[in-house]
Design a protein around this ligand. Structure first.
Ligand code: ADP
Length: 162
């Protein structure tokens, strides 16, 4: 049984993330989509809100389990018995940071392999921060996120602008 982990901040989940999760679920027996609670970042959505959006977006994939984790990714991998970390790659600019993380994780645990999955061309420009920026100015984000995520973003900006 091949178990993989797809980690990220998912603030919020976009069609780019969903695409990587769907493709991974076809390759691996089990995929843990892990919301890493990285304190260095300043997320817009709480852990509960993000988990809820991820779960709803991926509920059609029966071999996917959603979890959140505070700590080292390699420790989560050990806990879940996962030997593979999946990361999406969009642009060359991401490569440097990603390769650094992949090497670090291999040194921390050489049983874990990082696999990079190329973004689908139609989502290659898409990021959570871009979605938040467009939404903050009331722009149309229907091409970027599912309806219920769009709704959550709209509500969040109403809350912020109160
Ligand atoms: P992180 O802070 O860990 O980068 P993100 O939520 O931004 O968290 O991204 C999680 C993973 O999803 C990363 O591997 C990222 O490259 C990938 N990803 C994000 N957006 C896309 C996209 N549009 N296409 C493919 N992969 C993506």
């Amino acid at each position: 049984m091949t178990i993989a982990i797809y980690p990220g901040s998912f603030d919020p989940i976009t069609y780019g993330h969903i695409d990587i999760a769907e493709r991974s679920s076809k390759i691996f027996d089990k995929v843990f989509v892990a919301l890493l609670n990285n304190k260095e970042k300043n997320p817009m959505f709480s852990i509960e809100e993000r988990l809820d959006m991820i779960k709803t977006s991926l509920k059609h994939l029966s071999n996917i389990e959603v979890c959140s984790y505070t700590g080292l990714l390699v420790d989560l991998a050990k806990e879940k018995n996962a030997k593979i970390i999946i990361r999406g790659l969009r642009a060359v600019s991401e490569y440097e940071h990603e390769i650094q993380m992949a090497h670090t994780n291999t040194i921390l645990n050489d049983e874990v392999e990082t696999l990079f999955m190329t973004t689908d061309l139609k989502y290659s420009y898409l990021s959570s921060s871009l979605v938040k920026e467009v939404a903050s100015f009331g722009g149309d984000i229907t091409h970027f996120v599912p309806d219920f995520v769009e709704e959550k973003l709209k509500n969040k900006f109403v809350e912020i602008n109160k």
